[in-house]
Write a protein that binds this ligand. Structure first.
Ligand SMILES: [Fe+2]
Length: 166
């Protein structure tokens, strides 16, 4: 279904999933099949209730299992909780609108600089005009060097990923 549409765009599309974390999901058969296809990157969504110790342990077991746990939209959660997950070996994706937040954007920039945040998201929930503006704002705020760093990680991951061809 996607292929005819891809022919009309210059977007590159890869097969993958955003996986909602539940306790003990690391024991789920076939979990690796939900990684971005062709990679060991698992895009993980944390639940929106307060995280208990068992959830942190599940994340720890996932990172120890050799998968690269990429936390989706880390800007939606308390920074201190997210930092605990980074300390367990996870890395993060952040939505570009996070860099519009005057009180938090310095901390988010530091997470990119220090290699904890590895990917930006445009957030499909927003109207197109907002998304384009947020992407540009993030690009300007992060600067060329950090944008290069993000691109390099993205290129490295996607070099082995399964790209859906038109
Ligand atoms: Fe999500």
């Amino acid at each position: 279904m996607l292929r005819p549409l891809l022919a009309k765009t210059d977007l590159s599309v890869y097969a993958g999933a955003e996986v909602l974390l539940s306790e003990g999901i690391d024991h789920m058969e076939g979990l690796r099949e939900l990684c971005i296809a062709g990679t060991n990157v698992l895009l993980l969504e944390m639940p929106f209730f307060r995280w208990n110790e068992r959830l942190y342990k599940t994340v720890a077991r996932l990172t120890c299992s050799g998968m690269c746990v990429l936390l989706a939209h880390v800007d939606r959660y308390p920074l201190e909780d997210v930092k605990r997950l980074f300390a367990l070996g996870a890395v993060g994706q952040i939505n570009c609108e996070a860099f519009a937040h005057p009180l938090r954007r310095r901390a988010y920039r530091a997470l990119v600089r220090d290699g904890f945040v590895r990917a930006l998201g445009s957030d499909i929930h927003l109207p197109h005009d907002f998304r384009a503006k947020n992407i540009e704002r993030a690009r300007l705020y992060l600067g060329e060097e950090l944008m290069e760093k993000l691109h390099a990680w993205g290129d490295a991951v996607l070099s082995s990923a399964y790209r859906i061809e038109p």
